[in-house]
Design a protein around this ligand. Structure first.
Ligand code: MG
Length: 377
């Protein structure tokens, strides 16, 4: 039995985590949950998990839900993340809000299941160093990294030639380059295979999602950016692959449902029966693979550069991208303007090597201000 705290319980990952906890109640118990603003959903979840400690980070936090006290703000998140009875903290908060609670959980000796990309993108070096020092496990919940984690089975980087991240290619996989300028927010928010929040869905359309995942993989598995590759796989059935030094490739396959990687992170190293549907290969018909359009979707090369330089540059890429995505959704910049904003902000930044958490937070704030100025200029 694992006692799990879920930070970001009302988002799509958080709701999948609740589903897993109901599906395998003898292996997973939710002992803490946080929400930001979706109080209706949170009350529903609180009723399902009556023993869980609760925290609300948004402004209108109630003092209590039922007769249970509600913790508040970042302090409340840190209290949840360090609950004495917790074995594992699942970080599923979108954005940078999960960073300090994640580090607090590590210091308290909790294993981390990480679904928020920002944590490893911004502070991969700091987080992995802290985890090594405290002897805690970092379990990836992102479907690609969870797939690689399953394929590696503990084998280190010396056995690996390439990590191959699969990408759905997003809704504009086949759109001619000159048409990208006409893409609307509504078109970009339609993902072909996964149901996710708006930010991740848009990042899938620009391929920044895959770029961020390349940087995450670099830290999670301790391989250089030059050994992290991307292949477009529109069906999203192969979640990623590892090519070993002997040219053998292992892949992990399942339906595209986040319950699979969440359950594996929780029950690892065990495999436990559940009610998830198995694959029917006769019905799959075919699995396709193609090269990504590196030149038409510059996000991948920008991420390669950020991951190779390291320091504060990945945090700058991430922050500029968040600002640019918001500006695109507000119709302030065209779709290709997202890439241009990120590239210009990265060009203007001087990266600090072996950055501390304060350096990273500083670079994040600088990049937001710079990108915003450029967007509104
Ligand atoms: Mg992913």
């Amino acid at each position: 039995m694992k006692n799990v705290v879920v930070l970001g319980a009302t988002g799509s990952i958080g709701q999948s985590a609740a589903k897993v906890a109901r599906d395998i109640p003898h292996q997973m118990r939710i002992v803490g949950m946080s929400a930001h603003r979706n109080l209706a959903k949170f009350q529903e979840l609180a009723a399902q998990f009556p023993d869980a400690a609760l925290c609300v980070t948004g402004e209108d936090a109630p003092a209590s839900i039922g007769c249970r006290k509600v913790l508040r703000g970042e302090e409340g998140l840190i209290e949840l993340a360090t609950l004495p009875e917790a074995d594992m903290v699942l970080i599923a908060i979108v954005g940078t809000g999960g960073l300090r609670p994640a580090l607090a959980a590590i210091e308290a000796g909790k294993d981390l299941a990480i679904a928020s990309k920002e944590i490893l993108v911004m502070a991969g070096e700091v987080v992995m160093e802290a985890a090594r020092r405290k002897g805690v496990k970092i379990l990836p919940v992102d479907s690609e990294h969870n797939a690689i984690f399953q394929c590696l089975e503990g084998r280190g980087a010396a056995h690996v030639r390439r990590l191959i991240l699969t990408a759905s290619g997003g809704p504009f996989r086949k759109l001619p380059a000159e048409k990208l300028v006409d893409v609307t927010p509504a078109q970009a928010l339609k993902h072909p295979t996964w149901e996710m929040g708006a930010k991740v869905t848009l990042d899938s359309a620009t391929l920044f999602n895959k770029g961020l995942e390349m940087i995450e993989a670099r830290w999670l598995f301790d391989v250089g950016m030059d050994r992290i590759d991307v292949v477009v796989h529109p069906q999203s059935v192969v979640h990623s692959m590892v090519e070993f030094v002997d040219s053998s490739v292992l892949a992990q396959l399942s339906h595209s449902d986040m319950c699979f990687p969440i359950q594996y992170a929780v029950t690892w190293p065990q495999r436990v029966p559940n009610s998830l549907p198995p694959l029917d290969f006769a019905k799959l018909a075919r699995l396709e693979f193609e090269a990504p359009r590196w030149d038409d979707f510059p996000a991948l090369r920008l991420a390669q550069r950020a991951g190779t330089v390291g320091g504060t540059l990945p945090a700058v890429l991430n922050a500029a991208n968040e600002m640019a995505v918001a500006a695109f959704l507000n119709r302030q910049i065209p779709f290709p303007g997202i890439w241009e904003t990120v590239a210009a902000t990265m060009d203007a930044h001087r990266s600090i090597a072996h950055a501390t958490l304060d350096d990273i937070v500083g670079a994040d704030q600088w990049a937001r201000a710079y990108a915003l100025e450029r967007i509104t200029a």
